[in-house]
Write a protein that binds this ligand. Structure first.
Ligand SMILES: Nc1ncnc2c1ncn2[C@@H]1O[C@H](COP(=O)(O)OP(=O)(O)OP(=O)(O)O)[C@@H](O)[C@H]1O
Length: 650
């Protein structure tokens, strides 16, 4: 059949260009990527064969082969795994379905344009986050040919490209099942770290470093005698019969004693599982013995995957039963708020062909899920104590996800809270745990105070903060959307209630101060009685009450919610999620010590019926809304009223 030529999709072309002109300095990783893909293909075939008895394939000798040809300067990576159909080749290899590709390329170009001496490192960091898989072959090859046949199909597909803009696809009748990728290697250029990838020594070195733990045999196929030759040796030129040699130890890392495995080896396993090119932040090992035995290796990534907040992203852990991978993304093994955790669980006593439906109810799966969640949470707590910088890096990226657990994992609520930390007014540079907050509480302070808002600046500058700052009371600064939700779901911490400083009456200071303030307020209430009543009448459509405030020191007024009402932030959020949320009227609080308010009281006492005054009611209320980051219902009317008054001061 004749070959058809296709154009790469725009993003794929751009990405290929970068690979062809090789911006990534460590070119050895192309082999890691191709071996990783081959290993995945073998896993998939085995899983499919477990599920589908009718699938007519031989799974008795699943393996990966690497075959260099020194004379032709080619390198072939072959597997007898699941293979790809013609449509899959075009869809998976010719296009890049990853979300965020355009954004990634834009950033990459930006980095490359600058004269920053670290731009190569910055570019590598970006590729590390993105991962480019199969395309990394073009770092070392000027032509790549992929020959593949999907298990269960008759015809195979040959795909060829020089990485320039087009690729050809051809149907072939006699392809072996599985996939082989043949690279026509670029000339060796040691200065550019483009090594001789036909050298058996080099191949072994790379496989040992990056792919040793792959459970499938990786066989090096060389002409007789060549496999054991030293680098640069010309042995084997007589072209003896190829002799395969298994070059990986195939030992599951999780089954090896901790002190025999290096961090690098763990990191390579993480990269293989997660498709991340960067090292993980933390490795967690679990070895459960007893009636139900299992081992687990879990990893906390350094950076969030692009699909962390989207539906349908790849979630879950790899589930093995006695060293055999039976499920790729087993979501049942981690609760949704730990969905960023990657890793492997290997259980001794599960059925090999357990179905997803059964998994959900399986007692052992539930037991492991519980234990793994607890272990991750305790690791976070420990990280915070012992490796605070790493924890801070983690928390910045994943804190909002972990806090989702406070909404629904009641059993682990305390453990989640112990792993959480929050920005606070105590120290702008450091986060605090609730435990630390409680230890610092002032004498007479009963509650844990917090304020939610869109940003740190908005929260810190909010008028609600004034009295608390004045009294030296610490307030948690909560700015993640999820904070609006969990604060209502967590009633208390060690018997101390969490209280929004924008809700209810503020009761500040020691018992004595509170008593004193109460007496003062009583007196002021009499003085201000008329004004409060009048304002309440004027603003009756907007607010449910007008009262004197004990939380303000410098602002004239603020709006607060009633203790059990939802905050405006939460209301907006629930509305955005499509929930019907009725307006609930709020409370206007006045600062009886502010000149604007004392002036207003005098003006009202002197000329209560002056129409000028009624505009003032609206202005005071509008200002209070603006000060908390909200806005008046009718901003143009508000501006007009304000302008009229300002005019008169000129
Ligand atoms: N040897 C192979 N056998 C079967 N399918 C393969 C093989 N190599 C690649 N594929 C298919 O092509 C897809 C794209 O591969 P590619 O390496 O570009 O990306 P990836 O592995 O999905 O992700 P990443 O870029 O993070 O490595 C794979 O997801 C897989 O479905």
């Amino acid at each position: 059949m004749t070959a058809e030529t296709f154009e790469f999709q725009v993003e794929a072309r751009q990405l290929l260009q970068m690979m062809v002109h090789s911006i990534y300095s460590n070119k050895d990783v192309f082999l890691r990527e191709l071996v990783s893909n081959a290993s995945d293909a073998l896993d998939k075939l085995r899983i499919e064969a477990l599920r589908d008895d009718a699938l007519d394939v031989d799974v008795s000798d699943l393996h990966i082969e690497i075959e260099p040809d020194k004379d032709a300067r080619t390198l072939t990576i072959r597997d007898n795994g699941i293979g790809m159909s013609r449509d899959e080749v075009v869809g998976l290899i010719g296009t890049i379905a990853k979300s965020g590709t355009a954004e990634f390329l834009r950033k990459l170009k930006e980095v490359q344009k600058t004269d920053n001496p670290d731009r190569a490192a910055a570019a590598e960091g970006l590729i590390g986050q993105f991962g480019v898989g199969f395309y990394s072959a073009f770092m070392v090859a000027d032509e790549v040919t992929l020959l593949t046949r999907r298990a269960g199909e008759d015809a195979g597909t040959r795909w060829t490209s020089t990485g320039e803009g087009t690729y050809t696809v051809e149907t072939v009748a006699d392809a072996p099942q599985g996939t082989s990728v043949t690279l026509r290697l670029k000339p060796v250029d040691n200065d550019d770290r483009l090594f001789d990838y036909t050298s058996p020594w080099k191949i072994k070195e790379i496989v040992k470093r990056y792919s040793d733990f792959i459970t499938w045999p990786i066989r090096l196929v060389t002409a007789a005698g060549e496999g054991s030759a030293e680098e640069g040796s010309e042995d084997g030129e007589d072209g003896g019969k190829p002799e395969p040699e298994t070059i990986n130890s195939r030992q599951a890392l999780w089954a090896r004693p901790r002190n025999e495995v290096s961090d690098e080896e763990y990191h390579e396993l993480y990269k293989h599982i997660s498709h991340d090119w960067a090292d993980p932040l933390e490795t967690v090992r679990i070895h459960a013995e007893g009636t139900f035995e299992y081992q687990a290796l879990l990893f906390l990534p350094a950076r969030p995957p692009r699909d962390l907040f989207t539906q349908g992203g790849s979630r879950g852990l790899q589930l093995y039963v006695k060293r055999v991978l039976i499920m790729e993304d087993c979501e049942e093994l981690v609760p949704p708020y730990l969905r960023f955790v990657k890793g492997v669980v290997d259980a001794q006593d599960l059925s090999l062909n357990i179905s997803r439906e059964i998994l959900q109810q399986d007692r052992h799966i539930q037991m492991m899920r519980r234990r793994l969640a607890k272990k991750v949470l305790s690791t976070l707590k420990e990280m915070r104590a012992k490796r605070p910088e790493k924890y801070a890096e983690f928390w910045r990226e994943f804190g909002p996800v972990v806090k989702e657990g406070l909404l629904n994992d009641f059993e682990n609520r305390d453990a989640i809270l112990a792993a959480c930390s929050f920005a606070t007014t105590h120290d702008p540079e450091k986060t605090a745990t609730l435990q630390e907050y409680v230890e610092r509480m002032k004498e007479g302070q009963e509650h844990i105070y917090y304020l939610t808002g869109p940003s740190r600046a908005a929260v810190e500058n909010s008028p609600h903060m004034e009295g608390y700052r004045d009294k030296g009371l610490e307030v948690l600064v909560l700015t993640d959307p999820v904070d609006e939700l969990w604060v209502d779901a967590v009633p208390d911490f060690q018997g101390k209630r969490l209280r929004s400083i924008a809700k209810g009456e503020a009761e500040l200071g020691t018992e004595e101060e509170k008593e004193q303030a109460k007496a003062e307020r009583e007196q002021q209430r009499q003085e201000y009685g008329d004004l409060l009543e009048w304002l309440g009448g004027r603003l009756g459509d907007e607010v449910k009450e007008v009262r004197l405030s004990s939380r303000l020191t410098t602002s004239p007024a603020c709006v607060v919610s009633d203790t059990d009402d939802v905050t405006p932030g939460l209301r907006n959020m629930l509305r955005a999620m499509g929930q019907e949320m009725p307006e609930s009227k709020r409370i206007l609080e006045l600062n009886p010590d502010h000149p604007l308010i004392t002036g207003l009281r005098k003006a009202h006492a002197g000329r209560a019926s002056d129409p000028e005054l009624s505009g003032m009611a609206e202005i005071v209320y509008g200002m209070a809304l603006l000060a908390e980051g909200g806005r008046p219902d009718d901003p143009s009317r508000f501006t007009k009223l304000l302008a009229e008054r300002l005019e008169r001061t000129l």
